[in-house]
Design a protein around this ligand. Structure first.
Ligand SMILES: NC(=O)c1ccc[n+]([C@@H]2O[C@H](COP(=O)([O-])OP(=O)(O)OC[C@H]3O[C@@H](n4cnc5c(N)ncnc54)[C@H](OP(=O)(O)O)[C@@H]3O)[C@@H](O)[C@H]2O)c1
Length: 184
């Protein structure tokens, strides 16, 4: 992909401690600070297998990327952030405990746990003036979402951009879609 003007890409594997540390060191050396952290990386490995036949390895790998990755990325990068900083965890409606769903159980469990991390991280970082929120982008036409998904890439990104650019920095510890709060 052609790089956008002013955009610098940095390869980073969210499951690899050395890669996370190298990413944080690079940002610190290059820019001295970080204003916004969007944790978007995610995997959906479930096939048609239901919860009762879920294999441990598939669940572990899913949690490693979708849940532990965002937590440890926050540990690595939040020290570079200050008052007014914003962290966005890209979650999914599949992780809503208020609307339980049995499709793709490993994925849904990983996003429910990511939501729990979002709430805790928001509390822990509130004294430093850093807002932490989760967002559901909706069903989007990406590799994961597939060609049948109703939302364009721009529509999927809009909820994330709203949290970064338009939402009040006082809004923290919430779950959002299309600029509206949704239930956990
Ligand atoms: N698409 C939807 O309908 C939908 C709905 C709700 C929520 N979401 C969430 O939105 C986020 C983005 O999903 P998407 O639809 O864009 O999925 P996608 O098309 O499958 O893309 C996933 C991205 O995550 C990256 N990634 C995977 N494992 C990684 C790792 N260990 N370290 C760093 N990057 C890694 C992939 O990089 P590589 O290509 O290099 O592997 C890829 O860029 C995910 O968190 C997903 O759960 C998506």
């Amino acid at each position: 992909m052609k790089p956008l003007p002013g955009v610098e890409a940095l390869p980073l594997d969210v499951t690899d401690p050395a890669s996370r540390a190298a990413g944080a060191s690079f940002v610190k050396a290059r820019h001295g600070r970080l204003d916004v952290l969007v944790k978007n990386a995610g995997i959906l490995l479930d096939g048609t297998t239901g919860l009762m036949d879920l294999e441990a390895d598939l669940l572990r790998r899913t949690l490693e990327t979708n849940t532990l990755g965002p937590l440890f990325i926050a540990q690595a990068f939040a020290p570079l952030m200050g008052k007014g900083g914003r962290i966005v965890n890209v979650s999914s409606g599949g992780g809503q405990l208020s609307a339980p769903s049995t499709w793709s159980p490993a994925y849904c469990i990983s996003k429910a746990a990511l939501n729990a991390i979002t709430v805790q991280l928001a509390e822990v970082l509130m004294p430093r003036g850093i807002a932490v929120n989760a967002v559901c982008p909706g069903w989007v036409r990406t590799d994961m979402g597939g060609p049948e998904a109703p939302r364009s890439l721009q529509q999927g990104a809009d909820s994330i951009l709203w949290l970064i650019l338009k939402a009040s920095p006082d809004l923290t510890g919430g779950f959002w879609r299309d600029g509206e709060r949704i239930a956990w």
